[in-house]
Design a protein around this ligand. Sequence first.
Ligand code: GLY
Length: 373
Amino acid sequence: MKAVIVGGGIIGGAIAWRLARDGVAATVLERGRLGREASWAAAGMIAPQAEAQSAGLFFDLCMAGRRVFAATVERLIADSGVDPEYDAQGILYLALDAAEHAELTARARWHRECGALVEELSPAEARRLEPAISPAIVHALHFSDNRRVDNRKLTQAYVAAALAAGAAVRENARVDAIVTAGGRATGVRLDDGARLDADLVIIAAGAWSHEIRGLEGDRVRLFPVRGQILCFEARPRLLGPALFSPRGYLVPRRDGRILAGSTMEEAGYDQSVTLAGIEKIARGVAAMAPAIGELRFREAWAGLRPATRDLLPVLGPSPTAPNVIWATGHYRSGILLSALTGEVIADLVAGRRPAIDPAPFSAARFARDRVDL
Ligand code: GLY
């Protein structure tokens, strides 16, 4: 079987790896450079308990994402030779006022009801775990099995593992349209007019996924949500756990860098870093861990989260061309959901039963949706 994967980010890489392992001849087509969009811009948290705001479909998906990631990462390291720095210090979720305290207490309750691991900490207990947190913290949760990776290395790992398993990748290859015959895809056409035949086409092009012509009937639409990140230099292990709060987050890297995020902006496809974004992130840093404000500033960047109208990913066959598979719209959780998405898509292709029911994530939900695009 020949598969074309449109999009060479973390999702395309993860799918290519899993398909190639199953013996599928997978080719990744990337319009620019591999892994240089949202996969590169992310902070790298494997943080289901920080990202989901309530029990239900999305939380269950994120928890499955964490489980599959944990079950997959050693094989990925072995197959790729790349260490994605899957660090185990957990995530400390901080409250700075009474309203946030109440939110954390409620969050701890529903996490426990769902069977997730959560510990409620007094300010003194939280400070013992991470002395750099602000004296103004009033309450904290520790998610000890939520972790982090270096998302750039993780993307490299998926691509390297895919190549080692026999996949091919092409950069600067922009797909213009799906080529169809008799209601099925027969391949893709590139913007230079070249055609690539395929038995299967997978759309993993993030915020650009809906620009590929030929699937308009699916009514899938992606909205870019800009996130800016500031990066500081510190000595390694200055921060232990990643810090998260309604005001932002801080994520340490093994080499000492500390990433501070982020913004949630509708700015079209503009990937600028702005003074307003820097100010917003800096206020969050000062509230969570004021000592970070003394560190040397290194760089800043921005990326585009791929959001759908209901903020859920789109996973599974196209309702209009069943051998086209959507794997996009991962919004804030593409790193967390990368291993799960690769596995689910490979399972669907091979006819195996996936770890999650993909039906609620089908593009069919948009055809039922009466909202004008
Ligand atoms: N997952 C963190 C973010 O999207 O900012």
